[in-house]
Design a protein around this ligand. Structure first.
Ligand code: CMC
Length: 430
């Protein structure tokens, strides 16, 4: 029997609201007719308790620390898959067979160059421009070159535009880095894998060829897989909100990149390492930072800790912590920041403040240590997150456009301003 929720209002009116059930038994009360039938709206700042769509892409159980893409656990995918295969899975809903994967890889390689005119855009930015600014601007600019991404045919052309996006973001990201260090741009090479092509564009210079390293390549693949989607987070919701106005996939993803940049979202990975560096350079231990994080009067937060949905370990953080040890050992690196991070985690997990609020380390807490080990500069950390998240954003955009119930995002508000008042001429104002 279908479950119904009954809402009884003070004015004596009552309403039966349908209850929707997800495939993992999650339940949602459908309030879409609430205002029309009662005159009431709901209010939920930060969407803490609001489902905005039905989605079959990613399942996240924050109480039990579970994350699955299209039904496959993040642990299995991290161990067995590649980033490009995961991208295919997220966008198409199923793992590819050999032919499908080869076609997908070839399509991505084919589109890795950006239009030569776009090179000049980089000249307009100051050398110290944050690469997230450059990445979002350039992704937005891609709309200018692929007009079929807009208008009625945009969903029909999503295959080719997905390939373009996945391919070109690595080129744009590497060019942004080259610009910041004053080195010449290195063009993509089709014979390289996705990860090694990116590393080559980042680190090779005309005077010296880049030496491939399997450990670094595998570490990068892992990071990209772990970042690939995370259901209706701030940036994915931004992509959906912008896309709901029928904005094209480049404009929508460019907006997602900017939402990701904030320090409470993807920008946290840069903040974590800057915090760890500060603790290391001060040399006075971690207690000051733990106390600051607990002090409600201070603005300071322990970066990389706490999550809206995870009230348990973030499964990605567990995978990354293990990878940290493995990668640093293989590369023979001893990073003092790892020791500080471990000490912070241990202390926080036994402290009542963090226990009561269920604050656990998230993905961002350890990623920076791996990025440092593989030579990625701190200001590129959030760009790395964005590269990984591209397939997720595309999948969210595509799913929304294919949903027959999709509507333009247009929330309501509870108005708390002035009631109507008379205009006062400036000469009479005090
Ligand atoms: N350090 C200290 N206190 C914290 C922290 C933290 N990192 N995170 C949350 N709290 C406290 C917060 O002060 C509040 O305390 P009280 O109930 O006494 O007022 C309580 O925990 C609940 O926090 P909230 O801000 O109401 O929770 P939220 O769900 O709105 O925010 C969050 C989630 C991720 C923004 C927050 O935990 C945070 O600011 N963390 C640090 C930034 C960070 O690492 N962000 C990356 C998140 S993971 C990557 C991603 O998906 O984007």
């Amino acid at each position: 029997m279908t479950e119904i929720a009954k809402l009884v209002l003070k004015n004596g009116k009552s309403l039966e609201l349908p209850v929707l059930k997800g495939s993992e038994n999650e339940k949602a009360i459908d309030i879409s007719e609430l205002r029309a039938k009662t005159g009431y709206i709901t209010i939920d700042p930060g969407f803490v308790n609001t489902g905005v769509c039905e989605s079959a892409i990613t399942f996240l159980d924050g109480e039990n620390g579970v994350l699955r893409y299209r039904g496959y656990s993040i642990e299995q995918l991290a161990k067995k898959s590649t980033f490009i295969e995961v991208a295919y899975l997220l966008i198409h809903g199923e793992l590819p067979n050999e032919t499908q994967l080869k076609d997908f890889v070839d399509r991505i390689s084919l589109h890795s160059m950006i239009h030569e005119d776009m090179r000049h855009f980089f000249d307009g930015f100051a050398q110290n421009t944050h690469p997230m600014v450059i990445l979002s601007s350039m992704v937005s600019a891609l709309s200018a070159y692929y007009s079929e991404a807009s208008g009625k045919a945009s969903i029909e052309n999503i295959e080719i535009n997905s390939a373009r996006l996945i391919a070109k973001v690595t080129t744009i990201a590497a060019f942004a880095y080259k610009k910041s260090v004053g080195q010449p741009f290195v063009y993509p090479k089709d014979e390289l894998t996705y990860a090694s092509n990116f590393l080559n564009m980042m680190f090779s210079v005309p005077a010296e060829s880049f030496v491939k390293d399997k450990v670094i390549e595998q570490a990068l693949e892992l990071m990209l897989i772990l970042h690939a989607d995370h259901e209706q987070n701030c940036s994915a919701s931004t992509v959906r909100v912008v896309g709901s106005s029928k904005a094209n996939v480049y404009a929508s993803v460019a907006s997602g990149i900017l939402a990701l940049w904030g320090p409470l979202h993807g920008g946290a990975n840069q903040q974590v390492v800057q915090m760890l560096e500060k603790i290391y350079l001060e040399g006075k231990g971690i207690s000051k930072y733990i106390e600051m994080a607990k002090n409600q009067k201070s603005e300071f937060r322990l970066m990389g800790f706490g999550h809206r949905v995870y009230k348990n370990f973030d499964p990605r953080a567990k995978i990354i912590k293990d990878a940290c040890y493995r990668v640093l050992k293989k590369l023979e690196i001893k990073d003092p920041l790892l020791e500080i991070a471990i000490e912070l985690e241990k202390t926080a997990l036994t402290d009542d403040y963090f226990i009561e609020r269920k604050l656990y380390p998230t993905l961002d807490f350890y990623t920076g240590i791996i990025y440092r080990a593989i030579g990625i500069p701190v200001n590129m950390f959030t760009v790395m997150f964005a590269l990984g998240r591209i397939p997720g954003w595309i999948a969210q955009w595509k799913e929304m456009h294919e949903d027959p119930n999709q509507k333009i995002a247009r929330p309501r508000q509870l108005f708390t301003g002035h009631k109507e008042r008379k205009y006062i001429p400036i000469s009479q104002r005090i």
